[in-house]
Design a protein around this ligand. Structure first.
Ligand code: PMP
Length: 451
C-alpha cells in the first residue's frame, strides 16, 4: 500500500475524475491527499493538519476517529458487514428505524433506506407519484420546488433542483418542476425588507399552487436553509405558509433534511423549529455521523398504507439498492444517535451558534468585500462582492471563492466555496478555540484575496 505522495498524486491525476471539479484545473494542481483524521482535523500524506471546516462535505458530526463510532463499526464488522434487505430484516437497520421514528415529527412513521441524499430524494419523488396513481389521481405528476433548490445529482433530483449553469446538458430528458421564488432578499428580491421578501415569496407560492396545485404530486423544500444555493435562509413563517399551501391544495410536503438534519441548525431537524409535519423527510449526510454512506426516506403511514394490496396487483414499491440498510452503516448510525443523547449535541450546537455569530460579527462582517453573512446554527454562507453598495458580484473568471479557500488551506483550514459564497460548516464537535481558528483564518484569507 505504501506509496509516496508524488506517486499518489500521479495516479490521482491519471486515474481519477473528481466530483464537481473542472479537471483541467485539477490536473495542473498539486492536490492534498488525505490519509488520516483526528477529531476535527484531517491529516495529509505529508503530515500536514487541516481543520475540517466543512465537515467533509457537511456530514461529519462528532469529528473523525470518534471512539464510540469506531467501536460500533468494529463490533458490527465482527458480526456481518452486509446482507440484503430484499426479503430479509437485519438487526442494526431495525434498531435505527425505531430510533429515527422516535426522533422525527409524528407525521412520518416508516423508514425506507438507501445510500445517498440523492437516492433518498428519488425515493420520495417516486413514492409520491405512485401514491397519487394508486389513489386514482393520475393527474398529480408535477413537482413544485424552490428556485435554485438542490436535492442531489440523479436525474429525478435534478428535475426538482434545476440550475441552468450545471444542468443545461440534461435538459432534454428532465421534467423541471414549477419553481417558487425563495424569500431570499439579498440577491433575489433586492430592495425588499426581510418581511416584504417573505410576503412576496408566499404570494408567489400561492400563485404557483393556484395554477398547478391540482396536478402537483408534492412540494419539495430544503427547510430553513437552502444550502447549495449559497446558504439562503428562510425567515420564520415561510415553512408554515408552504405547509399550509400544501394542505390547502391537497398535495404532499417533502422536506429534504439531507443537509439540515441531525443538529446542524440548532434543533435535531430543521422542521422542529416551527413544528412542521412533513409527509416525507429525506435524511442523509449526518445520519452516520459522517462515517458511511447511508440515507433514509421517512414516510407517513397514510402514504404507506396506500401501497398495501394483494401480491398480484403489483402495487409494491419496486425500488431498492444493493446496499439498502447496510449493517455497518446502520450500526454506526445507531451509535451516532446515542451520542446525540449522551453528549447533548443539540444544546451544544445552540451555544456554538452564538459564539460563531459573535466571531463572524467581529472578524468577517467589517471586511469591505463581505456583502452578506447568512447563518443558521452552524451553517454559514459568507457572500463576497466586488462592490458592497451595489451588491456587485465578482466575475466567475476571477475565481474569488476558490482563491479564498486556497489561501485558507495554506493556513491549515479546509473550507469550500459555492461560487462567491464561502461556506463554513464545521463538525458539531468543534471546540470554541477551533471555531476561533476557523473564523480568523477565513477572515484573513478573504481580506488578503479581496484586497
Ligand atoms: N439534498 C440536499 C439538501 C443536499 O444538500 C444534498 C447534498 N449536498 C443532497 C440532497 C444530495 O446528497 P448526496 O450528495 O448524498 O447525494
Amino acid at each position: 500500500m505504501a506509496a509516496t505522495t508524488k506517486q499518489l498524486i500521479d495516479w490521482d491525476h491519471r486515474y481519477i475524475w473528481h466530483p464537481f471539479t473542472q479537471m483541467e484545473d485539477w490536473l495542473r494542481s498539486d492536490p492534498v491527499i488525505i490519509e488520516r483524521g483526528e477529531a476535527n482535523y484531517l491529516i495529509d500524506t505529508e503530515g500536514n493538519r487541516y481543520l475540517d471546516g466543512v465537515s467533509s462535505l457537511w456530514c461529519n458530526v462528532h469529528g473523525h476517529r470518534k471512539p464510540e463510532l469506531d467501536q460500533a463499526l468494529r463490533e458490527q464488522s465482527e458480526k456481518v458487514a452486509h446482507s440484503t434487505m430484499l426479503g430479509l430484516g437485519n438487526v442494526p437497520a431495525t434498531h435505527l428505524a425505531k430510533r429515527l421514528i422516535d426522533l422525527a415529527p409524528d407525521s412520518v412513521n416508516r423508514v425506507f433506506y438507501s445510500d445517498a441524499g440523492a437516492t433518498a430524494v428519488e425515493i420520495a419523488l417516486k413514492v409520491a407519484l405512485q401514491y397519487w396513481s394508486l389513489r386514482g389521481e393520475e393527474q398529480r405528476t408535477r413537482f413544485v420546488s424552490l428556485t435554485e433548490a438542490y436535492h442531489g445529482d440523479t436525474l429525478g433530483a435534478v428535475g426538482v433542483g434545476y440550475s441552468d449553469a450545471f444542468h443545461r446538458f440534461y435538459r432534454p430528458v428532465l421534467r423541471p418542476s414549477r419553481q417558487i421564488r425563495p424569500p431570499h432578499y439579498y440577491r433575489w428580491l433586492q430592495g425588499q425588507s426581510a418581511e416584504e421578501a417573505l410576503q412576496s415569496s408566499i404570494a408567489h407560492a400561492e400563485d404557483v399552487l393556484e395554477a398547478c396545485g391540482g396536478v402537483t404530486a408534492a412540494i419539495i423544500v430544503e427547510p430553513l436553509m437552502q444550502g447549495a444555493a449559497g446558504m439562503w435562509a428562510q425567515p420564520p413563517g415561510f415553512l408554515p405558509a408552504i405547509q399550509e399551501l400544501a394542505r390547502h391544495h391537497g398535495t404532499l410536503l417533502i422536506c429534504d433534511e439531507v443537509a439540515t438534519g441531525f443538529g446542524r441548525t440548532g434543533e435535531m431537524f430543521a422542521v422542529d423549529h416551527e413544528g412542521i409535519r412533513p409527509d416525507m423527510m429525506c435524511l442523509g449526510k449526518g445520519i452516520t455521523g459522517g462515517y458511511l454512506p447511508l440515507a433514509a426516506t421517512l414516510i407517513s403511514e397514510r402514504i404507506f398504507e396506500r401501497f398495501l394490496a394483494p401480491y398480484d396487483k403489483f402495487q409494491a414499491f419496486f425500488h431498492g439498492h444493493t446496499y439498502t440498510g447496510n449493517q455497518l452503516a446502520a450500526a454506526v448510525a445507531v451509535a451516532n444517535l446515542e451520542l446525540f443523547e449522551s453528549e447533548r449535541i443539540v444544546s451544544r450546537v445552540q451555544s456554538r451558534t452564538e459564539r460563531l455569530r459573535d466571531l463572524l460579527a467581529q472578524h468577517v462582517e467589517p471586511l469591505e468585500h463581505v456583502g452578506d453573512i447568512r447563518q443558521r446554527g452552524v451553517m454559514v454562507g459568507i457572500e463576497l462582492v466586488r462592490d458592497r453598495e451595489q451588491r456587485a458580484p465578482y466575475d466567475p473568471a476571477e475565481r474569488m471563492g476558490a482563491r479564498v479557500i486556497e489561501e485558507a488551506r495554506r493556513h491549515g483550514v479546509i473550507i469550500r466555496p459555492l461560487g462567491n459564497v464561502i461556506i463554513l460548516m464545521p463538525p458539531l464537535s468543534i471546540s470554541e478555540s477551533e471555531l476561533d481558528q476557523l473564523v480568523r483564518v477565513t477572515a484573513a484569507a478573504i481580506d488578503k484575496e479581496t484586497f
